[in-house]
Design a protein around this ligand. Structure first.
Ligand SMILES: [Zn+2]
Ligand SMILES: [Zn+2]
Length: 268
């Protein structure tokens, strides 16, 4: 494979990872990656500053040091995974003013009122209601906020499966996805294919081949692929197979980013 990278990765700067940043870089080099996008969590909550969620000042220094140390072997990119900027738009704006990024994944982890999708009581959840609310938040994110690709756009499937072994019939949301894709394409934004579902039980990427087919039919071309690794061992997981799936679906390129500008790499 000519081009190999991971565009969704977490390090110790994320609240849910203890992976040393250096170890992630070293693993990327060992796997033969040309690039590694570090995309730690910056989740927005109505009652918190972003500094209470992530120490971006220290992280920025660590990334610059890693770029100097590893840059001749693997390009290290300063990415971020933002969560629901709509929970605190002023904080998101302030973060963007203070910190430059190469690449921004826009994700929804929480519903309105800081309700974490991860922490719902799934024995009480109405699957269709949850999914409808999630899609509404995705649409708000795409309409109003700055980012490069939308992260794990079928994320409730992950928790429905993990907690109660259920899943939503995505064909019921085809129209909502088409709207989402129209909005994304009009803004020249893309989606990521998140491979973590393959190792976390749902046995498919987020989104899966069906939703990716809708994206392609809408004219979507901008795609990044990431493992959502929180440990060095998971880095790059299921990415080669996902490139193959994308080829089979008729996609020809995946994107890389630097200073928020994308560049296409042929899938061959
Ligand atoms: Zn996420
Ligand atoms: Zn993530």
């Amino acid at each position: 494979m000519k081009y190999f990278t991971d565009y969704h990765t977490h390090t110790e700067f994320s609240c849910d990872s203890t992976a040393p940043l250096d170890k992630m870089c070293e693993r990327a080099i060992a796997l033969g990656m040309q690039e590694l996008a570090l995309t730690d969590h910056a989740d927005f909550l109505s009652f918190k500053t972003f500094e209470e969620e992530i120490d971006l000042a220290t992280r920025q220094q660590a990334i610059i040091a890693a770029q100097e140390k590893y840059g001749n072997r693997c390009k290290i990119l300063n990415g971020i995974e933002i969560g629901q900027p709509q929970a605190n738009p002023a904080e998101y704006e302030r973060m963007l003013q203070l910190y430059p990024f190469d690449f921004i994944i826009g994700s929804i982890h929480n519903l309105p009122n800081d309700v974490e999708i991860n922490h719902l009581d799934y024995s009480q959840v109405n699957d269709m209601e949850l999914y409808t609310q999630f899609m509404e938040e995705e649409i708000k994110l795409v309409q109003n906020y700055d980012f490069d690709v939308l992260g794990h756009i079928t994320m409730p499937q992950r928790y429905l499966y993990r907690r109660v072994r259920r899943s939503v019939d995505l064909t019921k949301f085809e129209e909502q996805y088409q709207e989402l894709f129209r909005l994304l394409i009009a803004r020249e934004k893309g989606i990521e294919v998140n491979t973590s579902g393959i190792r976390q039980g749902i046995d498919e990427t987020m989104p899966n081949a069906l939703v990716l087919k809708w994206y392609r039919e809408c004219g979507g071309k901008i795609i990044t692929v990431g493992s959502d690794a929180h440990t060095p061992q998971d880095l790059g997981a299921a990415i080669p197979e996902t490139y193959q799936m994308l080829r089979e679906l008729g996609f020809t390129h995946v994107m890389s980013y630097e200073k928020r500008e994308y560049q296409a790499h042929k899938l061959d």
